[in-house]
Design a binder for this molecule. Structure first.
Ligand SMILES: Nc1ncnc2c1ncn2[C@@H]1O[C@H](COP(=O)(O)OP(=O)(O)O)[C@@H](O)[C@H]1O
Ligand SMILES: [Mg+2]
Length: 357
């Protein structure tokens, strides 16, 4: 176990509605020099972290290290130059565009400052689900057949088999994925492609719908020592009658809430040894071909014959600290015996090992 006390900076983006409470809690956050977040984000804040999460990460790393918070605004470049941290623990989601998660790591590469998590290339690719699937397909890692549609014309004469799902190519947290995203005919397909390309101003990813069981898999570590934490099953049994079984925006934020816990997450997932092995194998293969570092959470779903496929890779996994929020990476880590603090310290240690710190 590495024991040196390091100067660690946490880079983050905080949900703007809570910014007012931040100054008193975190005097080191450079609010004065930061442009008002409202001038810089659209609806990106859905992915940004709450102060509850940011302070939980701060408290975890502060058990072993000297920790400072740096809000990942454009002014952060100068702040990072001034603070010269030994290493950055990066959870910043970034501001605009498909490479937004890469912005802070790119600055850190420029400044030659070590940081936790994946590099800009991996973060950009994984946010683009079509690019990710192209790489997975090249390496024969199973994923649903798809088209990346820039307009309705791109789905003319498609060879995909209904039912299909239509989703924004570069969003997370269920954004843009509703019950209507599941389509069984051409008319609905065209409607959804039109909706995604106009409302989200990005291509629509049209995929064959995998109708089997769904899982999400937390991976920690690097290279040969990367390991899969206990698999979580996403069970749709508790959804209202007639709901399409999907972990959609409605399922994530409307049906399954703290007050109405649908018991959606089952960890460890009740799966056969064989299925567990196959899921672990495709997740580690995906993690390695995408060159993920330190940690990621990977969504998996089985087809109608029970074969697992990769849905997407999240190299910056959500880490809500309150177990009642059912945040998946911390849940898998808890099942593996890690406290929230141990989980984050282990991710930091994985990064330190890479840099020999
Ligand atoms: N090809 C697919 N087949 C079946 N369900 C899918 C497919 N793609 C996505 N889904 C459903 O939609 C949910 C959200 O899709 P995902 O790509 O993971 O988006 P997000 O980035 O918002 O989590 C998945 O958890 C799954 O339930
Ligand atoms: Mg997902």
């Amino acid at each position: 176990m590495i024991s040196d006390r390091l100067n660690v900076v946490i880079t983050f983006n905080a949900k703007p509605e809570n910014n007012s409470s931040a100054a008193s809690l975190s005097p080191e956050v450079p609010h004065q020099e930061s442009p008002a977040p409202s001038t810089l984000y659209d609806d990106q804040f859905a992915e940004w972290d709450s102060w509850e999460t940011i302070h939980a990460v701060e408290a975890a790393l502060a058990t072993k290290h000297h920790v400072q918070l740096v809000e990942a605004t454009p002014a952060a470049l100068q702040t990072l130059i001034d603070k010269k941290p030994d290493i950055v623990f990066n959870i910043a989601e970034g501001y605009h565009g498909i490479s937004r998660e890469a912005q802070v790591p790119a600055l850190l590469d420029m400044l030659n400052i070590p940081y936790s998590g994946s590099d800009p290339l991996t973060l950009s690719i994984c946010l683009d689900k079509a690019r990710t699937k192209e790489i997975l397909s090249f390496h024969n890692i199973p994923n649903a057949r798809f088209i990346n549609a820039y307009s309705a014309a791109d789905v003319a004469n498609h060879q995909l088999q209904y039912p299909l799902i239509v989703k924004p190519v570069g969003e997370g947290s269920g954004k843009g994925i509703f019950a209507s995203s599941y389509v069984e005919d051409e008319q609905s397909l065209l409607r959804e492609v039109e909706r995604i390309t106009t409302e989200y101003k990005q291509p629509a990813l049209v995929e064959e719908f995998l109708s089997g069981r769904e899982f999400t898999v937390a991976v920690m570590g690097n290279g040969k020592t990367a390991k899969v934490l206990p698999i979580i099953e996403i069970s749709f049994a508790g959804l209202p009658e007639g709901t399409v079984p999907m972990y959609s925006y409605e399922t994530k934020w409307v049906y399954d809430t703290k007050d109405n816990d649908l018991d959606i997450h089952h960890c460890p997932a009740p799966v056969s040894d064989e299925l567990e092995k196959r899921i672990s194998e495709i997740c580690l293969a995906a993690y390695n071909v995408l060159r993920c570092r330190d940690w990621s959470r990977i969504d998996v779903r089985c087809d109608k014959d029970g074969n697992p496929h990769i849905i997407e890779i999240n190299p910056l996994p959500g880490i809500l600290p309150d177990p009642a929020d059912n945040s998946c990476y911390p849940k898998a880590a808890r099942t593996a015996g890690y406290s929230y603090n141990d989980m984050l310290l282990s991710v930091l240690d994985a990064a330190r090992e890479r840099y020999g710190l």
